[in-house]
Design a protein around this ligand. Structure first.
Ligand code: PPS
Length: 335
């Protein structure tokens, strides 16, 4: 029997009772030293995940990577879908027709989705295995939980950062709409800060990719940059992937990728995932539009001053030793 690559320590129920819908959560640790450099002592690094992820993690870790894959890695709600659609178009000669007619989750699978929703027939790891090259694959896992071949075969990896206050607000709406969370926004934010929601803790996730940003196969950018100059980010992604996009195609993409267009585009609103989550939960959930608000700084009118202060303090504590602040991540450009 091969040794498992990870082990799980259960999170006591009292710590997650405000968050968990049902089932437990665990802190996942690596069994051996990861083959990618991580910030801090790898033995103390963990990632919090619902226990439904446990059957999926080794399958993900041992997933067969191809050199010409492109990976989109993010914390949840940081502009993943937006960047997936952008990158898919760059890789597929701006084939807008196919982009509109085939759900993005089919064109670009979410590798560990069966950890989020375990009792669905669609196996996203199998789907990713069967996809023809060049594949575009999404993951929210931290660097050291990703398929280990990423760090030897070195396919291109695009990492999108977003201000955690905005990401947490967006994640709250997602958790309510997609998963049926009934708790308060304040409890949700506290769980995010304390690192009890899937894929957290947040800052080590960001910092691992930040320290890799100069590697030729890593492209680090932000939701904030996409909002401030989408055309520029499109040309940078094309450069990174060594693909050609004409100025006219950039204009067409900017239109296709605008908030308004994507909001009205069923292929980009995770309709299939939403349906399978609803079916798996066997319950009604309130109307939820995935492409929701699309604003930089949305936390300002959605969080209280006290919660914002807590977030800022937490960021400061986590970034101080690295002499970094949130603008460093939001403004960074590889080129
Ligand atoms: S997920 O579930 O992790 O894959 O979510 P993710 O795609 O990372 O993030 C969803 C947020 O991205 C916003 N979004 C956009 N903003 C601006 N323009 C466009 N075209 C766009 N497409 C998606 C989406 O609205 C979510 O953010 P919030 O703040 O909730 O609006």
């Amino acid at each position: 029997m091969p040794q498992p690559s990870f082990f799980a320590k259960s999170v006591p129920f009292e710590q997650i009772d405000k968050l968990a819908i049902n089932g437990g959560y665990s802190s996942i640790y690596a069994t051996g030293e990861p083959n990618v450099p991580v910030v801090g002592n790898w033995k103390q690094r963990f990632c919090r995940l619902a226990d439904t992820f446990q059957p999926v993690l080794d399958r993900v870790y041992n997933f067969e990577v191809r050199e010409d894959d492109v990976w989109i890695v993010t914390l949840p709600k940081c502009g993943t879908t937006w960047m997936q659609e952008l990158t898919w178009l760059v890789l597929n000669q701006c084939d807008f027709e196919t982009a509109k007619s085939i759900d993005l989750t089919i064109r670009s699978p979410f590798l560990e989705f069966n950890g989020v929703v375990s009792n669905v027939p669609h196996d996203t790891i199998e789907a990713a295995n069967e996809l023809s090259s060049p594949r575009l694959i999404k993951s929210h896992l931290p660097a050291w939980l990703l398929p280990h071949q990423i760090w030897t075969k070195k396919p291109k990896v695009i990492y999108v950062y977003r201000n955690p206050k905005d990401a947490a607000v967006s994640y709250f709406h997602h958790w309510r709409g997609m998963v049926g969370y009934q708790g308060s926004k304040e409890d949700w934010c506290q769980s995010f800060i304390d690192g009890y929601v899937n894929f957290t803790p947040c800052w080590p996730h960001v910092l691992d990719f930040w320290q890799l940003r100069h590697e030729p196969h890593i492209f680090f950018t932000s939701y904030e940059r996409m909002k401030s100059n989408l055309g520029l980010v499109i040309t940078e992604v094309a450069k990174f992937l060594q693909r050609v996009v004409t100025p006219e195609q950039v204009l067409q993409m900017v239109e296709h990728l605008s908030f308004e267009s994507m909001r009205e585009n069923p292929a980009c609103n995770h309709v299939k995932e939403f349906e399978s989550m609803k079916a798996a939960a066997g319950r009604e959930v309130e109307e939820f539009r995935f492409v929701r608000r699309g604003v930089v700084g949305s936390h300002k009118d959605e969080l209280t001053a006290e919660v914002i202060r807590e977030f800022d303090l937490w960021s400061d504590v986590n970034l101080r030793d690295y002499k970094l602040n949130m603008d460093d991540f939001a403004n960074y450009s590889k080129y």
